[in-house]
Design a protein around this ligand. Structure first.
Ligand SMILES: NC(=O)c1ccc[n+]([C@@H]2O[C@H](COP(=O)([O-])OP(=O)(O)OC[C@H]3O[C@@H](n4cnc5c(N)ncnc54)[C@H](O)[C@@H]3O)[C@@H](O)[C@H]2O)c1
Length: 434
């Protein structure tokens, strides 16, 4: 039995988390709350300092829990490279973006693996959590880590376990979301399964790292494809003159074989618009074209343009030109009730309207300042005056705190991209998908 197994069971293992972002910080807190000493690593000194000063910068982590864990010396953050030697298991949660030409950018992962290989210790378990294409752990991580002179599966253990968080969700967190693990061999898989069973109620072991990597991407492709399908249907419903929202609600009454997805201004965040490209690029190595993925990306990436053109039409129907129109965009994050604007289609809509000459202001309780092209905008209050002075109020991301009824009542024209004005019978509303 590897020494690590005993250490995990006795909660004597020290857990390292690399990348203290949306994924890494909550995971670090989960392990610390489960009774493990946790060392968090980040390249940003500011982030390490914030953690050590007990100040959270991630919505799902409270400063109170950081305070308790840091004060109790259970959780500590550092930018030190060498201190990777102190941990027994290390989970890598660094970003996996795409380049400008939509190629996978594994530079953060590679950088971390190179750092780690310089400090790898016998008996350590390394788990890659970052989303990536099938083959990354075995083909990329393993050879870099073996530059340490240690042999994978014998001297150290290596596994892949994708993060499956649902940002902003109050229902699902690390504890009640089943955690997938795949190892490069059965010992690595067993150790990773044991480690994650300390923080997740259910751990699902699959036959290898490739299956775990592919499953994570498949889950995100599944969302991307279904959102694209409903975005296309929304456009067709407009032409036919029926409500896509009513169609979705009606279809959702079928108790089997259907799951609702909703249209909107596009897809955003660090996962859905990006991860599919990891798979489509990998597929090209096999002369294989992932047509669904490319089609879905195409439809979803067009949505901000489509929404901007519908806003222009709505303004024009009320006798206004987009150029010079005052437009108040409500919600700029990619998803409601989160503070994440990465790849946000709502930002894209605001930018497109501005490029076409509209005078754009915005409100977002989570984003006080927004960089829009070369300009820096500040979130404005939702007041009767701001609503009524806008030629069009665009509900781009419908945060729960928005009082939709009041917004509609005080506005001259509302363009609703999220279907949240349904049930309000007023003729100043134009909805996507109707
Ligand atoms: N955000 C999500 O909802 C989500 C969900 C599931 C999976 N993922 C995946 O998890 C991974 C991390 O995403 P995230 O949203 O947490 O990213 P993030 O940008 O919020 O956080 C990443 C952190 O890693 C740090 N970092 C970058 N390179 C580093 C290095 N070499 N060493 C140490 N720290 C480094 C950054 O400073 C940052 O603090 C990505 O692969 C992403 O696809 C994200």
């Amino acid at each position: 039995m590897p020494e690590l197994e005993r250490k995990i069971k006795e909660k004597n293992a020290v857990v390292g988390i690399v990348g203290l972002g949306y994924v890494g910080l909550p995971l670090a807190v989960a392990f610390a709350e489960a009774g493990f000493r946790v060392l968090g690593f980040d390249i940003q000194q500011k982030r390490a300092d914030l953690v050590n000063n007990r100040e959270s910068y991630i919505a799902s982590v409270s400063s109170e829990s950081l305070s308790r864990l840091v004060t109790g010396k259970i959780l500590e953050a550092t930018t030190s490279r060498e201190r990777r030697r102190e941990v027994d298991a290390i989970c890598i949660c660094v970003p996996t973006p795409v380049t400008g030409s939509k190629q996978p950018d594994l530079s953060h992962v590679t950088h971390e693996l190179e750092v780690l290989s310089g400090h790898l210790q016998p008996g350590q378990l390394v788990v890659l959590e970052s989303t990536t294409y099938p083959g990354t752990t075995r083909e990329l991580a393993l050879p870099i880590l073996e530059r340490s002179g240690l042999k994978a599966g014998k001297d150290f253990y290596l596994a892949y376990s994708p993060e499956r968080i649902d940002p902003g969700s109050e229902k699902y967190g690390i504890r009640n979301t089943p955690k997938l693990v795949g190892g490069i061999d059965s010992t690595s898989a067993g150790l990773a399964e044991l480690l994650y069973s300390q923080v997740a109620d259910k751990v699902v072991a699959v036959s290898g790292t490739e299956v775990a990597e592919m499953t994570k991407i498949f889950e995100n492709v599944f969302r991307n494809v279904n959102i694209a399908l409903v975005n296309e249907l929304a456009q067709l419903c407009e032409k036919i003159g029926i409500s896509v929202w009513e169609v979705i609600d009606a279809a959702a009454t079928k108790p089997f074989g259907y799951m609702p997805f909703y249209p909107g201004p596009g897809v955003g965040g660090h996962c859905i618009p990006i991860d599919p490209y990891y798979l489509s690029n990998k597929a090209k190595e096999y002369d294989f074209h992932t047509r669904f993925i490319e089609l879905a990306a195409d439809v979803n990436e067009q949505m901000p343009y489509y929404v901007a053109s519908r806003i222009m039409e709505a303004l024009s129907a009320s006798g206004k030109s987009l150029r010079g129109a005052a437009i108040l965009v409500l919600g700029v994050t990619y998803k409601k009730d989160t503070a994440d604007i990465r790849e946000s289609p709502s930002v894209k809509v605001a930018q497109l309207l501005r490029e076409k000459g509209a005078d754009v202001t915005y409100n977002d309780p989570y984003i006080p300042v927004l960089q829009l092209g070369k300009d820096t905008l500040e979130s404005v209050e939702i007041t009767d005056e701001n609503l009524s002075s806008a030629d069009c109020v665009v509900i781009a991301t419908a945060h729960d705190c928005y009082d939709i009824k009041k917004i509609v009542e005080s506005s001259r024209l509302v363009f609703d991209t999220r279907g949240v004005t349904r049930g309000l019978d007023r003729d100043n509303i134009v909805r996507l998908g109707e």
